[in-house]
Design a protein around this ligand. Structure first.
Ligand SMILES: Nc1ncnc2c1ncn2[C@@H]1O[C@H](COP(=O)(O)OP(=O)(O)OP(=O)(O)O)[C@@H](O)[C@H]1O
Ligand SMILES: O=P(O)(O)OC[C@H]1O[C@](O)(CO)[C@@H](O)[C@@H]1O
Ligand SMILES: [Mg+2]
Length: 326
């Protein structure tokens, strides 16, 4: 039996992602639309423990749909992993009479939400907000599209200088455990090769491919390396490749700029749809679910499944990189 929900709190947690603000805005305004009182928690679970919980109205979320980052701020909070930390967090929620929680984040955020919800019988819905696109139960996570656009803009620029100097560039993109950004940006940016955490890194094969390219008058190349690849990252791979043959080689680490910037239209619309669906879902009694989009339809998936069954890498995308790089 679901309890009557009148006061809903929202937080963002883990790494920030462009479009989180659009999701916050949608959650807050959808809640208000249904006559509910809405609250924002600062700095993810840290703010729950520190009692940083404030009411939000329609105006609180104006002029943010276009902004990167998160107005609620975010954090990685070790204390929430302890029963004592979660107890303090619960007492703070109780003090504010919060009936339900909407958490925007990635797999870690959902793990914490699942545990907390069971411990304290707190209804919770997760919204996938991470540039990594590594959650099962949604075709896309909020921020993935914007990050890809940021990366291909960088690749296009690097391509100009690579071609002018006949150079080989290793471009390292984010993805500690997931190669989705690497794969998508390799296709969109026309890279010659891609190295991802889901696959073994074979330097021999890479060197052979680059040598064939050189023989075929391809005088510059771009290799996309996900930060979590098994070769140890772009610098190490570049070193190993340089030992093997003579090619003017440079490394470019894109880093945290991939997490910033104004969200694309796709991410804004996705975030707005998921925010509204999260509120409607929780008011209809859904609990411990992630709201996602599958084949352009809103779908709810158990948080435990969303976390555990990370999307497998699409082999056809790897094939496509290779086919288009002949
Ligand atoms: N086992 C756990 N128990 C309780 N809380 C957890 C647990 N795992 C993660 N959390 C909470 O969730 C927060 C966010 O998790 P994490 O830092 O892994 O980021 P994420 O949500 O996976 O996002 P991203 O991977 O996109 O950065 C953690 O800092 C912690 O507060
Ligand atoms: O520097 P931070 O905040 O720990 O984030 C790094 C990690 O965050 C992610 O970008 C996800 O947001 C991962 O791909 C990356 O490894
Ligand atoms: Mg994560």
């Amino acid at each position: 039996m679901s309890k009557n929900i009148e006061r809903i709190a929202v937080l963002t947690s883990g790494g920030d992602a462009p479009g989180m603000n659009a999701a916050i805005r949608s959650v807050v305004r959808s809640g208000i639309y249904f006559g509910k009182q809405m609250f924002g928690i600062s700095q993810g679970y840290q703010g729950m423990i520190n009692n940083e919980i404030t009411p939000l109205n329609s105006k609180s979320v104006s002029n943010i749909v276009q902004r990167g980052g998160t107005i609620l701020k975010t954090a990685r909070c070790m204390a929430f992993k302890t029963p004592e930390g979660r107890k303090t967090a619960y007492e703070n929620l109780k003090h504010h009479k919060i009936d339900a929680l909407i958490v925007i984040g990635g797999d870690g955020t959902f793990t914490g939400a699942e545990i907390f919800s069971r411990e304290y019988n707190m209804p919770v819905i997760g919204i996938p907000g991470t540039i990594d696109n590594d959650l099962f139960g949604t075709d896309f996570t909020i921020g993935f599209d914007t990050a890809n656009n940021t990366v291909i803009e960088a690749i296009d620029k690097i391509r100009d200088t690579a071609a002018s100097h006949d150079r080989l560039f290793f471009v390292e993109v984010m993805g500690r455990d997931a190669g989705h950004i690497a794969l998508w940006s390799a296709i969109g940016g026309g890279a010659e090769a891609v190295l991802i955490p889901e696959k073994e890194t074979h330097i021999d094969d890479l060197v052979e491919k680059l040598m064939v390219d050189l023989k075929n008058q391809k005088t510059s190349s771009i290799v996309i390396v996900a930060e979590g690849d098994h070769g140890g990252g772009a610098f190490k791979i570049a070193e190993k490749v340089k030992e093997r043959f003579n090619y003017d080689t440079k490394v470019s680490i894109l880093g945290h700029l991939q997490r910033g910037g104004s969200p694309t239209s796709f991410d804004r619309v996705l975030a707005s749809r998921l925010g509204q669906a999260a509120v409607e879902g929780i008011l209809k009694g859904k609990n411990r679910k992630m709201v996602g989009i599958i084949s352009n339809r809103i779908e709810f998936t158990d948080l435990t499944l969303a976390i555990k069954n990370q999307i497998e890498v699409d082999e056809s995308l790897i094939d496509l990189v290779n086919i288009l790089a002949i």
